[in-house]
Design a protein around this ligand. Sequence first.
Ligand code: ZN
Length: 274
Amino acid sequence: MKKQRSSLCLIEDDDFVKGLRSAYTLVLITHSTIDQGVEIDVTGVEFTSSCIGVLGDRRDIRFRVDRWVDNRRLCDRLPRLYHLDRRKEGLVWDKGAWVNNEWCWEWEWVRSIRGRVSREFEELLDIIQNIVVQSICRDKWRWALGVNSDFKVKELARLVKEKILHEKSGGQNMIWNKLVPKKVNIFVWGALKGRLSVRVELDRRGIDLDSVFCPCCNNIMETCAHCLVTCDLAMSVWNKIFNWWKLGSVNAFTIDDLFSSNGSANVPNFLSRI
Ligand SMILES: [Zn+2]
């Protein structure tokens, strides 16, 4: 998504200082941002439907294809009228004019309204009769997924990352430990998913190896579980750690056993906070 830092000046006074402080992360949403956001929807984060327009000067919100009356778009709510509209993508600005200081809605249809479409037209009139049209500020957008409705790239990135990691982990929640380097978190995640470059995996991908046996014990095939848990060398390391942490004997045969939440039930208080 393209950053629009220059648009920060459009943020209202109260938000302006806050906007400057986070200039690199706060972006003003426009309807073109929402169109580009369709690619974000694919990740499972419903970005486009989370942007709700707040009507101001009517020059950014599109009457039928943006969400502004409520959480639904008028094109979905009144589909027959949408197809009859000559300017389907028109702004709210395009749908009326000031006459004697009063905003009057104007419509351009490809044919006259009759039959079943009439009911939709009556519904439209009901909807717009409660809308107050003013020109005191520009159209704004609130972001339903953000804190205080502010849109922040950082927050969106967090949501997308969370969604992607959740799907890749098959619905299993991944908890990232902030006290260890990222590469350690990634290594453990890879180990839990069986994605480490152990000999069995390399062989499965057609890489020519002299042996698929564990280079430490040369006795069992080198899988993720073997090299990190069941190999004598790995087990001797775990035994030392379990003794050090006073966790009793090691009772694990897979990487899941070691990192499962069940296992943490026996972890001393000072360690469970880590
Ligand atoms: Zn081994």
